[in-house]
Design a protein around this ligand. Structure first.
Ligand code: SAH
Ligand code: SF4
Ligand code: F3S
Length: 448
């Protein structure tokens, strides 16, 4: 902490993936020395930032409706004799910077995901009528160098972005255009950030990247080497990473799952669909069979690992048989959880121009069928833990008095009765019941 009392109010609303969550925290870190402190309402804010997501059409449209809402807060602030700066950050800012300013004149500045370290300068300029108002450069190395080494408020768990961007160009996806080329942060900088977090009481870190397992650091190896290095940090008990691409799941990383205790048995490994014809059209560089073989190798190293994934239904040209291949793959894998989406056509991506766009009603029907299967698998995975004792890292008080909440190694939320001094500690919990998204348990009598 800087010790400076916050004189200005900063409101940040975050959409999209965990990398945006990390970026929002870092924007607050960048702005803290200027006297900005976080507030959870736009009412009376001096600076409101929308950190946006462009992944599907709905995500993008939300930004414009939210801007309409914020414009009203900006107007009432002005009526009261104050001023609110309205900023748009994130992936929509990168993709549609000029359009945002044209569609919503109340927006004062637009800053892409690789340029937000320049917020202080942009804010200073926005006070002048003719200043630069759009920053959408791709300079991840400059950005990370410019971010303060100290992070503000942290809890028991924290995100650390280690990799940015994507070179894979799946034909449906905007990320390579909004986040730029693959870039890996130097391992020393990541270790320093992780050490500082651990010293602040963080027990678990999740390493983030659009393709986190494409992480490569000059001279010090890939993600597996980095994980082994971070696992040696005193106090850092748990390490996770997300999101991985099947193509970059190398043997060293698979071995780490079998050998590094701090590496949690949970892997988000999106496959997207089970039809080889469509996987090829998606430019995914794996087949259903190669993905299944990969899962087998990972389970050989760590038999209890929880696998999650992402799925798209209704990709152009998808027939009933392709969709059934997806259901068959899901049955074969047995997912602990998953995200599934209707294909959303994104301007400028190759798939948007493909023949055979699927009707909305068909997408809707297939998504419901896929989600029913995935939901049954999630419940089965959770139910499997009933009767077992799992180590839980407690993160916060629960909704009910006397209740605390933490996470199992498999990322399930676990609720139980317990004293708040357990928060920040790992303790065994006997699981007594399970639901859709969480487990309930009893604190086991024996200490860890
Ligand atoms: N890099 C990650 C995914 C990042 S985007 C990976 O390759 O797995 C998160 C998820 O959004 C994707 O896995 C995909 O399932 C979904 N997604 C991306 N573009 C989409 C689109 N145009 N329509 C619907 N879902 C999409
Ligand atoms: Fe998008 Fe594919 Fe890159 Fe993932 S790997 S971010 S889905 S282009
Ligand atoms: Fe969305 Fe950008 Fe993340 S498009 S999913 S916020 S990388």
């Amino acid at each position: 902490m800087t010790g400076l009392a916050a004189q200005k109010r900063l409101y940040i609303k975050t959409y999209g993936c965990q990398m945006n969550v990390y970026d929002s925290e870092r924007m607050a870190d960048v702005l803290a020395p200027l006297g900005y402190g976080l507030t959870d309402t736009p009412d009376g804010a001096d600076l409101a930032v929308l950190n946006t997501c462009h992944i599907r059409e709905k995500a993008t449209e939300k930004v414009y409706s939210e801007l309409g809402r914020l414009k009203a807060f900006k107007a009432s602030r002005a009526e009261a004799g104050g001023a609110m700066i309205l900023a748009v950050a994130g992936c929509v800012a990168q993709a549609q910077g000029a359009e945002i300013m044209a569609r919503q004149p109340a927006v004062d500045l637009v800053v892409g995901p690789q340029a937000y370290h320049r917020l202080p300068e942009l804010i200073a300029r926005s006070h002048r009528a003719s200043g630069e108002r759009l920053a959408a450069d791709f300079t991840p190395d400059e950005k990370f160098d410019a971010l303060p080494s100290q992070r503000l408020a942290t809890g028991v768990t924290a995100f650390v972005t280690i990799q940015e961007g994507c070179d894979k160009f799946c034909t449906f996806c905007v990320v390579p255009y909004t986040r730029g080329a693959e870039y890996s942060r130097p391992a020393d900088a990541i270790e320093a950030e992780a050490r500082a977090l651990a010293a602040d009481g963080v027990r678990e870190i999740t390493l983030l990247g659009q393709n986190v397992n494409a992480y490569r650091s000059d001279g010090s190896g890939g993600l597996a080497a980095l994980i082994r290095r971070l696992a040696r940090i005193e106090g850092l008990d748990r390490i996770r990473y997300t999101t991985s691409h099947p193509r970059d799941m190398d043997q060293a990383l698979i071995d780490a799952h079998g050998e590094v205790d701090a590496l949690m048995p949970y892997l988000h490994l999106p496959v997207q669909c089970g039809s080889n014809r469509l996987l090829k059209a998606m430019n995914r560089s794996h087949t259903a069979e190669s993905y299944l073989r990969l899962i087998e190798r990972i389970r050989a190293a760590r038999p209890d690992i929880a696998i999650s994934g992402d799925f798209i239904v209704g990709f152009p040209g998808e027939r009933e048989a392709d969709f059934e291949a997806t259901l068959a793959l899901v049955r074969e894998v047995g997912y602990a959880g998953a995200y599934s989406f209707k294909y959303s056509s994104r301007p400028g991506t190759p798939a948007a121009a493909m023949a055979g766009q699927v009707h909305e009603a068909t997408k809707h029907d297939r998504l419901a069928r896929l989600q029913a299967l995935l939901e049954a698998q999630r419940r089965a995975f959770n139910a499997d833990l009933v009767g077992r004792t799992v180590p839980v890292l407690f993160e916060k008080p629960g909704r009910r008095v006397g209740q605390i909440v933490g996470r199992s190694p498999y990322l399930q939320a676990v609720h139980c009765e317990g004293r708040s001094d357990l928060i920040g500690r790992i303790a065994p919990v006997a699981v007594v019941s399970s639901g859709h998204n969480s487990l309930a348990g009893l604190r086991a009598p024996a200490p860890v």
